[in-house]
Design a protein around this ligand. Sequence first.
Ligand code: PAF
Length: 287
Amino acid sequence: MLILNSPEVTQETCLRWKKESPIAFVPTMGCLHEGHLELVKKAKQLASKVVVSIFVNPLQFGPNEDFEKYPRVFEQDCEKLKSLGVDLLFHPGVKDLYPEGFSTKVSVGDIGNRLCGAFRPNHFEGVATVVLKLFSITNCDFAVFGEKDFQQLTIIQQLTRDFNLPICVIGHPTVRAEDAVALSSRNHYLSPLEREAAGQIPKVLELAKREALQYPEQTVEQLLVKLRPLLTEHGLKLQYLEVTHSRQLLPAQANDSLMSLALPHLFVAVYAGTTRLIDNVSLAIDR
Ligand code: PAF
């Protein structure tokens, strides 16, 4: 496995490879868990060259967020990627991607102000900016993103459409632990008690899915009223619990019936202690 930190050398290498074979790319911030490894396995099915990036992107963290303490375990990550047969690991430093004078940022539009974006100003601008750079450096044909960050995936799909990028962006189903909690590098922060509380999140999502199937005539608010206490009574602090109805993740109205929504999707963000956790589920009948 080639390990490079120069954007120029990575770009040259990928351009050379691309003449012979397609490239699949998995962007990450490291501290790799089974969820990331599933994305890499998917990438391997898609193309004969697989590139992974590890970069904790300062542009997508707010001033009071966990940029400094975000877990960095580069050696362990390398071993995992090597054993999966990754061809190139791109591991730039902050100055490599944002040298003196860097100034252009991607504005993602209104979708970036909803759901997580309402609580993390400029987060998705930072994500879209780094992903566009990474796409340009890796020249990838395919890029694989986890569905746990469904809003991120949606925004990147929009970015590739809006900028006519010749890249197929693929969403991969969320990988869950035995207690069904979505795998996340931030789960490392949880105390045993907080981890137990986090177990409520997938239970609530499963209940929402069952409710949507059994009682599709109920309204969005009737469903949310049932779900909210199941999160808060277990010691989680609710940041948002929302149903969207379209590919652009537009919010459903409180009195919309679930069955009237074209693409109903439930999104949740909670705090377990000081750790912010997110998850989501489609409430559509066919998924
Ligand atoms: O999902 C992540 O880990 C990050 O947001 C990403 C896509 C690697 C961009 O920094």
